[in-house]
Ligand binder design. Structure first.
Ligand SMILES: [Cu+2]
Length: 229
């Protein structure tokens, strides 16, 4: 019996199309206001990371993990280029579920691979565009090239949509809706793991962290020989 009103409701609403349009417009306006309110509620968090010597640490990943993740959205596609026999950029952070392509901009072949538990894959000798690789598990992924031993890059697959990478000044900037988070950091050369810290966002915040790193010696990059590789 209680189904009857909802079944008859559209029939009653139908004759007055103008009123229906107005109601939809009101709903869209309300949704817009809600979205604006949501955007306004996000506050900037600046995290400055230094190494054990007090120098700014670039290429560190900063992640803020809320107790409940927001509804999943379609992550933007990401590309990691190969240019002048190097990967660009050196560190990329993506959300779980992101597809990454590895366009080869060099006039020679590369062979990209990872043996990392978060994603094992290889794209055999190729040139130009690559197929895309889905990163569906969180964690670090170290990239190499089978042909060019010195080529190195890293992807961190983050379990949250809230992340940033530190710039040359060691600063990462995130915009976070008010609430509680666990703050996690990562760097490809970190010497030990920083314990996660609790973060309460209720207005703009900044934090300073020290992440000790051990940078391995750079691998020699031979001069380009067009007759070889
Ligand atoms: Cu290569």
């Amino acid at each position: 019996m209680h189904l009857l009103p909802s079944l008859t409701a559209p029939a009653r609403a139908a004759p007055c199309a103008a009123a229906h349009v107005a109601r939809v417009a009101v709903r869209i306006a309300a949704l817009g206001a809600l979205l604006l309110a949501g955007a306004a509620a996000a506050d900037p968090l600046t995290v400055k990371i230094t190494n054990q010597a007090g120098a700014p640490l670039a290429n560190a990943v900063v992640m803020a993990i809320p107790p409940r993740l927001p509804p999943p959205r379609k992550p933007r596609p990401v590309a990691i280029e190969q240019k002048d026999r190097e990967f660009l950029p050196f560190v990329t952070v993506v959300e779980v579920g992101t597809s990454v392509t590895f366009p080869n901009r060099d006039p020679l072949l590369h062979h990209v691979y990872s043996f990392s538990p978060a994603k094992v894959f290889e794209i055999k000798l190729y040139n130009g565009d690559s197929r895309s690789v889905l990163f569906d598990k969180p964690g670090p992924v170290a990239l190499g090239c089978n042909i060019h031993d010195w080529m190195e890059a890293h992807i961190y697959v983050a379990p949250t949509p809230y992340f940033a990478r530190t710039d040359a000044q060691g600063q990462a900037r995130l915009n976070l809706p008010a609430g509680a988070y666990t703050l996690q950091t990562w760097h490809p050369y970190q010497n030990g793991v920083l314990p996660p810290t609790d973060l309460k966002m209720a207005g703009p915040q900044s934090q300073s962290l020290t992440l000790p790193v051990t940078v391995p010696p750079a691998k020699a990059k031979p001069p380009n020989d067009p007759n070889q590789y």
